[in-house]
Design a protein around this ligand. Structure first.
Ligand SMILES: [Zn+2]
Length: 432
């Protein structure tokens, strides 16, 4: 421990460590950026001089990991509106979103596309440098899509932009992957299947070619980057597996054979259903013009049902599923990302603790940091949240209003940072 590192002792709390069945009354000592001790009672000599935080019976648990994150999405109802935001405003609004997601309990995020090429990259770098608050981020490229695919909002004789880059042909895709690797992205995002919102490429269509995917993935891997696919159709899932793509999103139209294939690759892949957007588009988007009739015309009720069926099966087969529901659209605001946990319980059949594992330990593995985050354990980085309620019994308590404390690498954020700075030496800080 550094001589003057901040020392915080959390008392009067239930600690859920990240492991199923672990909830118990514990004290947690944080020294600097790391967890120094987790014990029924931390030894007196170790906690001497620490700032004592009385958690009032709340639950302390690992910070959450969003496995499908779009920090640069600006909560627009029409993605074309995102395309027309100048880069300066867009950067500042992304910074604002990063803080909201952090205060919503997320200390890490896997980028699932950046709305302009370097937004994820610069926000990741500024967060890492400690100059702005936000979750630790794996920076993604924009969605690489082919003509007529998800994100190609162009129309003949009209100038329109969106959140994607439209590229056709293996060589041009290879060049773009090289460019973005040079710029420092962590993840290459490919839109392999269509989408319910795309007029002539439905979610069951597979529109990126084998050669284009092969070019993207081999190039990405040559630079040490990982690849994420927008893969709703069975064929797009199969192509993702064939080429060694690490992150597969959606997959809700995977047929039985494709589910078997996913199981065979269970050690290599992370799956993100991104169910929050499907759910809210069907049930909570009427005021943005997505009426039940429009949702039905898109086939959303069947898509939601299919997604629930596929992930019920994938849960039984023990695949590594991540939470993260495409937050950043008008009807999926940033900061509400933890709602996905409740969807996992209600729609996919996860127990509350199993859902939390998807949001903590599975997420930590996706970040390749499972020996440092995702658990409350001695020596791990102090990525911790404290929430009013018992999330290991009812995950619906995980909302910004109920999260009193967000600590990332021991650094307090939000109101808690202010309360700690006002603490009187020797007097406990009461959270409730
Ligand atoms: Zn997405």
């Amino acid at each position: 421990m550094k001589e003057n590192a901040r020392r915080l002792l959390f008392t009067n709390c239930t600690v859920w460590t990240g492991d199923v069945g672990s909830a118990a009354a514990r004290e947690v000592l944080v020294e600097g950026s790391r967890i120094a001790s987790v014990a029924p009672v931390v030894a007196a000599d170790r906690k001497q001089g620490a700032v004592v935080v009385d958690c009032g019976g709340a639950t302390l648990m690992p910070g959450l990991v969003d496995g499908h994150s779009h920090l640069s999405f600006l909560e627009k109802a029409d993605v074309v509106d995102t395309g027309f935001v100048p880069v300066e405003e867009h950067t500042l609004q992304t910074m604002h979103n990063a803080r909201r997601v952090l205060l919503g309990g997320f200390t890490s995020c896997v980028g699932a596309s950046s709305a302009k090429p370097r937004l994820d990259i610069v926000i990741r770098n500024e967060i890492k440098a400690g100059r702005i608050p936000g979750p630790r981020l794996l920076a993604s490229t924009p969605e690489i899509t082919v003509t007529g695919g998800l994100g190609d909002e162009r129309l003949l004789h009209m100038y329109r932009e969106s959140f994607a880059v439209v590229i056709d042909g293996a060589e041009d895709i290879r060049r773009y992957v090289r460019t973005m690797s040079r710029e420092g992205c962590d993840i290459i995002k490919l839109n392999i299947s269509g989408n319910q919102t795309v007029p002539n490429a439905p979610p069951t269509a597979t529109i990126m070619t084998d050669a284009e995917i092969e070019a993207a993935v081999t190039t990405a891997h040559a630079y040490g980057k990982r690849v994420m696919s927008h893969a709703r159709s069975s064929e797009s899932v199969q192509l993702s597996l064939k080429h060694g793509i690490e992150f597969l999103d959606h997959c809700e139209f995977a047929d039985d054979h494709t589910i078997d294939m996913l199981e065979e690759h269970r050690e290599q892949v992370f799956l993100a259903p991104a169910f929050g957007l499907l759910h809210n588009t069907l049930y909570e988007a009427a005021r943005w013009g997505i009426t039940p009739e429009k949702a039905a015309a898109w086939g959303l009720p069947e898509q939601v049902e299919s997604c629930a069926n596929v992930y019920r099966e994938l849960r039984k087969r023990g695949l590594r599923v991540l939470i993260g529901g495409d937050y950043g659209f008008a009807w999926t605001p940033h900061g509400t990302n933890a709602r996905d946990l409740d969807h996992f319980v209600k729609w996919f059949g996860y127990t509350p603790e199993e859902a939390l594992v998807c949001g903590t330990i599975n997420g930590a593995m996706a970040m390749r940091m499972d020996n440092e985050i995702g658990r409350v354990r001695d020596g791990y980085l102090a990525d911790l949240i404290i929430v009013r309620g018992r999330p290991h019994e009812d995950v619906s308590c995980l909302s910004t209003e109920n999260i009193f404390v967000v600590l990332k690498e021991g650094e307090p954020h939000g109101d808690f940072a202010w309360r700690i700075s006002c603490a009187t030496p020797g007097e406990p800080v009461a959270l409730i």
